[in-house]
Structure formats: structure tokens, C-alpha cells
Design a protein around this ligand. Sequence first.
Ligand code: SAH
Ligand code: DHB
Ligand code: MG
Length: 219
Amino acid sequence: MEEATIHAVDNWLEQQLIEEDPALSEALATAESEGLPPIQVTPLTGKFLYLLALSVGARRILEVGTLGGYSTIWLARALPLGGTLITLEIDPKHAQVAQKNLERAGQADKVQIKVGPALETLPKLGGYAPFDFIFIDADKDNNPHYFRHAVRFSRPGTLIVVDNVVRGGKVINEVNPEPEAVGVQTLMRESRGYENVTGTALQLVGTKGHDGFALFRVS
Ligand code: SAH
Ligand code: DHB
Ligand code: MG
């Protein structure tokens, strides 16, 4: 299919289904003007995460990889009064932009950004567990570690979403795979080792090219 058609369809679906939203548009504009890489989830995917979290009645959400807080705002909006979201970010500049964006979106009171390498901040989150919904979207080579902690911090019914499991097909590269592909391959293999974890994955095409996400449920 033509790339132009894929983009046009994404834009059309977005117009059909995503209402004008100053807080989210401003979050994107601020992220761009502050020089953050434009790698946040698309509006359609952000709303998909929001609907998933809302559907499972998530009260405690964990996110690994904050960037400018775009996905964070979508997820925080799924929380009921008194709900909490912990989001992990290694880059202080990203965290600062995200904090500002969350404040403008009126979501800052529900969200705590923990700044540092997630390999250091994540193991310390036992006091906030169990989480009801977990979104893993940081450095892909560490995905197996993040996934192990995510399962440990889950309860029966927790959903775990892992972004970027396709990367234009790089993920099936068995000969000399990139570290990020190894991360996804290892995560997939290890996920089968848990008798209480079952998952699937969907390929996506859209304004972010060809990628996809995996969805796991802990029982
Ligand atoms: N979830 C965001 C996008 C995240 S992009 C959204 O959709 O809006 C990935 C983020 O992970 C970047 O901000 C990057 O700085 C951060 N990151 C990379 N390595 C990390 C690490 N080791 N620990 C925590 N965050 C990391
Ligand atoms: C890219 C996309 C992502 O969703 C992400 O989390 C990291 C990088 C990218 O397109 O490079
Ligand atoms: Mg991503």
C-alpha cells in the first residue's frame, strides 16, 4: 500500500475519532519546540491505551519511558479520582518537559515522574505495586528486564503493553539482530515461561511507519 494512503487514513481516522484537545496538542508542540524526538505514540494509539486502561478500571498505572508525557496524559486521564501513575524517565530534560505538560493538562496531581535509569528506579517501586496497567516504552534492549519487573509488580488481571515490537520488521532478524530486536526476541521467549502470563501482538501501520505493540495479561 502507498505510504501516502496509510498516512491519509491515519489522519482521517484521527479526525473521525479524536476530539480537538488543547492539552494534548500543546504537549506535542512543547515537546517539539524543546527539541524532544517526535517518537511519542500517535493520537489513535494514545487513545487506544486510554481505552484499555479505562476498560480494566486501572487505579495504579506504571509507565516506563515518559518522553514529553504525551502517552502519560492519555493514561492519566483513564484514572479515577485517587488513582496514581508512576512514570520512569532517564533524561531530566524530558522529565521537565513532561512535568510542565502534565501540569497544563491538569494531570500532575496523579502522576509521579521518577528520574533515572529505569533499571535503578523500577526495582524500588514495590511499595506502589500491584499495578493494574503497565506500559513499557523506553530503551528496547532492556525490555526483558522491564518485563520481568512488570510481571512481578502485577496482580491477576494486570495488562502489560510493550511498544515497538516490530520496528519495520527488524524484530525477526535472527542473524546479527540489533540490540533492540534482541530485547524484543528475549522478552517474547521469556513471556512464554510464565504460566500466568499470556499475550498477543499487533502490527501497526500509520504515521509512525510500520511497528506494533504486544499486549500481555497476567492471571
Ligand atoms: N511513552 C512516550 C514515549 C517514550 S520514548 C510517549 O509515547 O509519549 C522513550 C523514552 O524512554 C525517552 O524519553 C527516553 O529518554 C526514555 N529512556 C530511554 N532509556 C531509558 C532508561 N534506561 N530508563 C528510563 N527511561 C529511558
Ligand atoms: C521510536 C518510536 C517509538 O515508539 C519509541 O518508543 C522509540 C523510538 C522511533 O520511531 O525511533
Ligand atoms: Mg514507543
